[in-house]
Design a protein around this ligand. Structure first.
Ligand code: GRG
Length: 310
């Protein structure tokens, strides 16, 4: 990991939320830039496409969760940069593969042509493969940036499980099988806890794991927070797919109904889905109560997730 990073010191834990988010976004952007091979590195086309997929776009919600959770455990920023990079690289890989014709078949992502449109399908597949491998390399670097070897190994196992067949990849498999199928709410929840929730929850656990070891009750409350927040993210995503336009989302709106996919809106209706998102927000916030002011950023991010418009 290279040294070029915008400053974000303990003093900045007093920044207001917008400034704090901008500082975190700057940190992770610089860390991603330094972690990705240079665009001129051989093989040039693959490295250009990897950088195209990752840099200069996205809300960076998962890195924000890493930095915010790090405040609970007093984690070192060097370790948090590594963890933030790793979850964003896994997320970016999943979007590249999800957009491919064999999956969701989309042409627009983060306001730009998708990777397979810009670089071809074979390169897009390799971009995802290489980003996934790079994510674990980045996370391994947390060991020498303040996390230590035991936490480093535990984090690698945690991220691997969240991204794998029992987590995100498995959720994607269920999603692909659910086209045109009527799911009940508990089946829908199971799919989304894996497909979207597992990586969001891992971001929270990884951020906390970069610092002091949390007690068992603290870990349980953090997990309760992570599960509620992760599900809220997906419920809101389903609402936005119906309500927002493609320009605002930076991806094609209305895809779920077009593809006849079950969503919280199709299963519950729009207004009940809105109320469900609010109740998940309250559940997430109540799980943070015992952490006091160190959980302030996690609470702010939860509000942002539920109130976002893109
Ligand atoms: C291909 C193994 C594999 C998994 C793909 C994440 C995923 C699984 C597919 C993405 C499909 C999708 C649109 C899911 C809804 C929730 C979601 C992950 C939205 C995109 O995340 P944001 O809103 O995107 O954080 P940005 O671009 O802001 O990072």
């Amino acid at each position: 990991m290279a040294a070029r990073r915008p400053a974000l010191s303990r003093v900045e834990s007093r920044l207001d939320f917008a400034d704090w988010m901008a500082a975190c976004a700057g940190r992770v952007e610089a860390a991603l830039d330094a972690t990705l091979p240079a665009s001129g590195a051989h093989p040039v086309r693959l490295h250009e496409a990897m950088r195209y997929a990752v840099l200069g776009g996205g809300k960076r919600v998962r890195p924000l969760l890493v930095y915010a959770a790090g405040e609970l455990s007093g984690a070192a920023f060097g370790a948090l940069d590594c963890a933030a990079c790793s979850v964003e690289l896994i997320h970016a890989y999943s979007l590249v593969h999800d957009d491919m014709p064999c999956m969701d078949d989309d042409v627009l992502r983060r306001g730009k042509p998708t990777v397979h449109v810009a670089y071809g399908e074979a390169t897009a597949m390799l971009v995802g493969d290489a980003l996934q491998a790079l994510a674990f390399e980045a996370l391994g670097a947390a060991v020498t940036h303040g996390a230590g070897p035991a936490a480093g190994v535990a984090m690698i196992v945690d991220l691997a499980r969240a991204a794998g067949s029992l987590g995100m990849a498995g959720g994607q498999a269920i999603d692909l099988d659910s086209v045109g199928v009527s799911l009940n709410q508990s089946q829908l929840e199971d799919m989304h806890r894996r497909k979207t929730g597992a990586l969001l929850a891992a971001a929270v656990r990884l951020g906390a794991a970069c610092g002091r070891k949390l007690s068992a009750p603290e870990q349980a409350e953090l997990e309760r927070f992570a599960q509620a927040m992760g599900l809220a993210f997906q419920v809101v995503d389903d609402i936005l797919d119906v309500e927002a336009d493609s320009a605002t989302l930076g991806k094609t709106a209305g895809k779920d109904s077009e593809h006849n996919k079950p969503t919280y809106v199709s299963v519950m209706g729009l207004e009940p889905a809105r109320q469900f998102a609010q109740s998940l927000r309250e559940e997430a916030r109540s799980a943070l109560a015992s952490f006091g002011p160190t959980a302030r950023r996690l609470g702010d991010i939860t509000d942002l997730i539920v109130q976002r418009s893109s």
